[in-house]
Ligand binder design. Structure first.
Ligand SMILES: *[C@@H]1O[C@H](CO)[C@@H](O)[C@H](O)[C@H]1NC(C)=O
Ligand SMILES: *[C@@H]1O[C@H](CO)[C@@H](O)[C@H](O)[C@H]1NC(C)=O
Ligand SMILES: *[C@@H]1O[C@H](CO)[C@@H](O)[C@H](O)[C@H]1NC(C)=O
Ligand SMILES: *[C@@H]1O[C@H](CO)[C@@H](O)[C@H](O)[C@H]1NC(C)=O
Ligand SMILES: *[C@@H]1O[C@H](CO)[C@@H](O)[C@H](O)[C@H]1NC(C)=O
Length: 369
C-alpha cells in the first residue's frame, strides 16, 4: 500500500513550523519595540537626558518607551531607514498626523508634497473640539497634539468606512469579501476530507495533487482572512509581514501544484508511468519554486526599487506582476497539459474509448499496489 509521496502529517508539521516562525519573530519584535509603530514619533531632534530618557516637544519620554528603529513606514509600506530613535510619544499625548509639512500641500498630479503655486495660505492651526462636558472650544493643535508628518499621504483620507489607512503591504487580495472567503475555507476543508476519505482519489497521482492544492489554498485563504479580521494596526510590522509573505507562499504553491495535477493527467492518458520518486522530485521543485518566488517578492519589497513596482503597494502593478503573472503562467501550462491529455484520449484505440476514464484510472492505480 503506497502512501502519499509527501505524507499529510509532515505537511501539517511544516505548516505549523512556518506559523511558529512567524509568531516567534513577532514576539521578538514585541520585545524590542516598546509599542506599535503607529504610536511612535521620530525623536532624534529631542534632547537625550542623563538617565536615557528624552525631552521632546515639552514631554518627558522615559527610557522604556524609546527604541532605535532601522525602518520607517510611509503610506503603509515599510522601508529600510537609517537607525534613528523613536519614542512612544502617542502614549503620553494625543498624536495628529498630517500628510505634508507646513507650507506644503499634497499635489495630486505630482503625487508628492509641493509648494502650492496658486495660493500660499497657511495651515489652519486651530480645530474645534467638543469636550465631554458638552462645551465646544477652539484649541490650538500644537497645544493639544503632537503633530507628525512622516507617514505619507496615500490611503490616508479619513473615511469611516475604511479606517484601515494604516494598511500594510499586502496585496489587494486582502480586500476579498471575508464571509465568502470563510465559506470557501469551509468548503475546501470539506473537500479535502472527502478526497482523503475516498481511497480511489487518494491513491491516484492527481488526486494527491488535488489534496495538496486545496490544502495550501486553504492555508493561504485562512491567513488572508486572519489578516483581514485582525486590523493590521494591531499587529506588529514583523508579524504582519510574515503572515503576508506566508499567505503569498501558500497561494503560489497551490497554483504551482495545479501543474503537477495536469502533468499527472497527461502522463496517465499517454500511458506513461510516473515513478513515485519523480513525483516527489516535482513536489520538491514546486515547493522550492514557491520559496524562490516568496524570497524574490520579499527582496524586492525591501529594495530601493521604484515604489510602483513594489509588491506591497496596493496598486495595479504590484498585483499584476507578483500575483496574476505567476498564476497566469501556471494556468497556461496546466491548460497546455490538459489539451495534450485531450488529444491523447482521442488517440486511444477504439476499444478503450468506450470508457477510457475508468479504465485509465484502474491502470493508473494498479502499479501502485
Ligand atoms: C497596538 O495597538 C493596539 C490597539 O491600540 C493595542 O491593543 C496593542 O496592545 C498595541 N500593541 C503594543 C505592543 O503596544
Ligand atoms: C528622524 O529625524 C531626524 C532629525 O529631524 C532626521 O534627520 C532623520 O532623517 C529622521 N529619520 C527618519 C527615518 O525619518
Ligand atoms: C516604564 O518604567 C516606568 C518606571 O520608570 C514604569 O512605571 C512603567 O510601567 C514602565 N513602562 C513599560 C511599558 O515598561
Ligand atoms: C515633487 O515631485 C516633482 C516631480 O517629480 C519634483 O520636481 C519636486 O521636487 C517634488 N517635490 C518634493 C517636495 O519632493
Ligand atoms: C500641481 O503641480 C502641477 C505641476 O507642477 C501644477 O501645474 C499644479 O498647479 C499643482 N497643483 C496644485 C494644487 O498646486
Amino acid at each position: 500500500m503506497k502512501l502519499l509521496p509527501i505524507d499529510l502529517p509532515s505537511l501539517f508539521a511544516l505548516a505549523l513550523f512556518s506559523l511558529c516562525i512567524a509568531f516567534f519573530s513577532a514576539a521578538a519584535a514585541d520585545h524590542k519595540e516598546p509599542c506599535n509603530y503607529s504610536d511612535t514619533v521620530n525623536i532624534t531632534d529631542g534632547l537625550r537626558l542623563k538617565d536615557g530618557s528624552y525631552s521632546f516637544e515639552g514631554l518627558l519620554i522615559p527610557l522604556n518607551l524609546t527604541a532605535a528603529y532601522s525602518y520607517k513606514v510611509v503610506d503603509g509600506i515599510q522601508y529600510r531607514a537609517p537607525k534613528h530613535m523613536r519614542g512612544c510619544v502617542c502614549h503620553l499625548k494625543s498624536c495628529i498626523t498630517f500628510c505634508c509639512p507646513p507650507k506644503l500641500h499634497y499635489n495630486e498630479s505630482l503625487q508628492n508634497c509641493s509648494a502650492n503655486e496658486e495660493h500660499s495660505y497657511s495651515r489652519q492651526m486651530h480645530i474645534e473640539v467638543k469636550f465631554h462636558t458638552g462645551i465646544e472650544d477652539k484649541v490650538n493643535i500644537n497645544d493639544k497634539f503632537i503633530v507628525r508628518y512622516e507617514f505619507g499621504c496615500k490611503n490616508k483620507y479619513v473615511d469611516l468606512k475604511n479606517d484601515r489607512f494604516w494598511e500594510w503591504d499586502l496585496f489587494e487580495v486582502k480586500a476579498i469579501n471575508k464571509s465568502r472567503t470563510s465559506a470557501a475555507i469551509l468548503i475546501n476543508t470539506g473537500m479535502i476530507l472527502i478526497f482523503i476519505a475516498v481511497k480511489d482519489i487518494r491513491n491516484s497521482n492527481y488526486g494527491e495533487g488535488l489534496i495538496f492544492h486545496l490544502f495550501s489554498l486553504t492555508i493561504a485563504l485562512a491567513l488572508l482572512v486572519y489578516l483581514y479580521l485582525k486590523n493590521p494596526l494591531y499587529l506588529t510590522e514583523t508579524a504582519c509581514r510574515n503572515i503576508g509573505f506566508l499567505a503569498y507562499f501558500f497561494l503560489m504553491l497551490s497554483f504551482l501544484i495545479l501543474n503537477i495535477i495536469s502533468g499527472s493527467f497527461w502522463a496517465t492518458f499517454s500511458q506513461t508511468t510516473v515513478h513515485s520518486w519523480l513525483l516527489k522530485l516535482f513536489y520538491g521543485l514546486t515547493i522550492a519554486l514557491a520559496f524562490i518566488l516568496k524570497y524574490l517578492v520579499k527582496t524586492i519589497q525591501d529594495s530601493q526599487i521604484a515604489r510602483h513596482f513594489k509588491p506591497g503597494i496596493v496598486r495595479l502593478w504590484g498585483i499584476l506582476l507578483y500575483v496574476y503573472l505567476p498564476i497566469f503562467l501556471t494556468t497556461a501550462l496546466s491548460l497546455f497539459c490538459i489539451a495534450k491529455t485531450y488529444c491523447n484520449i482521442h488517440d486511444l484505440p477504439n476499444g478503450v474509448q468506450t470508457n477510457p476514464i475508468m479504465k485509465k484510472l484502474d491502470e493508473a492505480r494498479s502499479p501502485k499496489r
